[in-house]
Write a protein that binds this ligand. Structure first.
Ligand code: UD1
Length: 393
């Protein structure tokens, strides 16, 4: 077997859970080699899109990801700024290291920027989590997915619907491989540790208001968990304000609401003058962005998850937690109730959210595991890359 040099790329929080098992699979592969032949040489590049300890470093520590070999330090900015700065910096990395493959995951700006740069340098690209389609071009992630998939040499899909999406777009069959969902590898490897954590402790350690560190927070067994960050939900006051009113006037009257607040959302809540209103409500617990295990523990115990995160949609599906997906469409239809999953699309329409919320609270959802969401996707990803890397004659 010939050696293979891989550069894999991460940029933003949802990438870290996807790269952790992939790096473990590489280590495992190298550890069992009899000789040096067939070795995978691996470099991890972090574009630096997410840089706060809570948005980045804490995941490296919690998930045992080695420190990035190279950090491009692009930071925040407009889409063009993030993508442009990433491309300029990543091109230099490729020229210096000249890998056989660049592996990108998910659909963030790093995914797009690095796949385009690699193709222009004539380096093969593998996309893990290929073929997801929301059909909604107003989402930056949909643009990132379309471009990345169009350019990739190897498209590793999480479910059969995604494989079919690629076929419909004319992607040749030999480039498509159905491998399962790599995020579920991380879920399976960490759910026991998450379950052992103390909920009250998580709330105390991570709330925004640390003025009285000794004050305890109690949460009954029925609580609602929430996290939103999509521009379509948080960037417009006319959307965010009615939602906040609904949470204060209705949800918090019946249940404790545990809201983990993304930096984008906090910025917007403050700029619309909504932050104080929420902070003053004793039934709403506002938490800073959580580590992987802490968020998983909160999710596992919730009566309902209200979210616009794609990853949480998938985790709720496997855990059997009813998930009100605050989007009008999803690139992950396999997680929807009509496909046996736990998620209902509610957009940001209060009437719809209210209806779904009352239905979900009174209904038990069974955990559902789409095909190959079995905790072994990373090994299949690496095997497919090595197969594609082998000389054909
Ligand atoms: C990005 C991804 C989105 C993903 C999300 C997960 C793109 C196009 N979007 O959106 O797909 O679901 O990450 O979190 O790639 N900020 C901080 N600290 C940080 C990072 C960001 O305070 O470490 C703040 C900055 O004010 C920044 C804002 O959050 O402007 C938004 O960050 P950005 O990376 O532009 O997009 P996300 O909304 O996080």
């Amino acid at each position: 077997m010939q050696n293979c040099k891989i550069i894999s790329v991460v940029g933003a929080r949802p990438n870290f859970m996807k790269i952790a098992p992939f790096i473990k699979a590489i280590d495992k592969h190298n550890a069992v080699l009899q000789s040096g032949a067939g070795k995978v040489e691996h470099l991890l590049v972090h574009t630096g899109q997410h840089y706060d300890v809570r948005m980045s470093e804490s995941f490296f520590t919690a998930l045992g990801i080695p420190a990035p070999d190279i950090n491009l330090e692009v930071g925040s900015g407009s889409h063009a700024e993030q993508v442009g700065h990433t491309m300029i910096a990543f091109e230099k990395v490729l020229k210096e290291h000249n890998p056989d493959w660049v592996v990108v995951v998910g659909d963030v700006n790093a995914t797009l920027a690095c796949s385009v740069t690699a193709k222009k340098e004539c380096i093969k690209v593998c996309h893990i989590e290929a073929g997801l389609r929301s059909g909604d071009l107003s989402m930056p992630e949909e643009i990132n997915r379309l471009v990345t998939d169009r350019l990739s040499d190897l498209l590793l899909t999480p479910d059969l619907i995604s494989s079919e999406n690629l076929r419909k777009e004319g992607v040749p069959e030999e480039k498509i491989r159905f491998v399962g969902n790599i995020m579920i590898d991380t879920l399976e490897a960490n759910r026991e540790k998450a379950a052992s954590l103390d909920l009250g402790q998580i709330l105390c350690n991570n709330r925004f208001d640390q003025s009285d560190p000794s004050a305890s927070i109690s949460v009954d067994k029925d609580y609602i968990a929430m996290t939103i960050h999509r521009p379509s939900n948080v960037d417009k006051q006319e959307v965010l304000e009615p939602l906040v009113d609904f949470l204060i006037r209705e949800v918090s009257k019946e249940f404790k609401l545990v809201w983990t607040v993304h930096p984008r959302t906090m910025k917007q809540l403050k700029s619309f003058g909504l932050w104080k209103k929420i902070e003053q409500n004793s039934n709403i617990v506002l938490l800073q962005p959580l580590g992987y295990h802490e968020m998983l523990k909160i999710t596992m115990g919730a009566s309902i998850m209200m979210t616009d995160s794609g990853g949480l949609q998938e985790e709720c599906c496997v855990l059997g937690i009813p998930c009100l997906t605050m989007r009008w469409n999803t690139e992950r239809p396999v997680t929807l109730m009509e496909h046996g999953g736990a998620s209902i699309l509610v957009g940001n329409d209060i009437a719809l959210i209210r209806n779904a919320y009352h239905t979900a609270i009174s209904q038990k959802t069974q955990p559902s595991r789409p095909e190959l969401w079995d905790g072994h996707t990373a090994e299949r990803c690496l095997a497919e890359i090595l197969k594609a890397n082998a000389p054909t004659h």
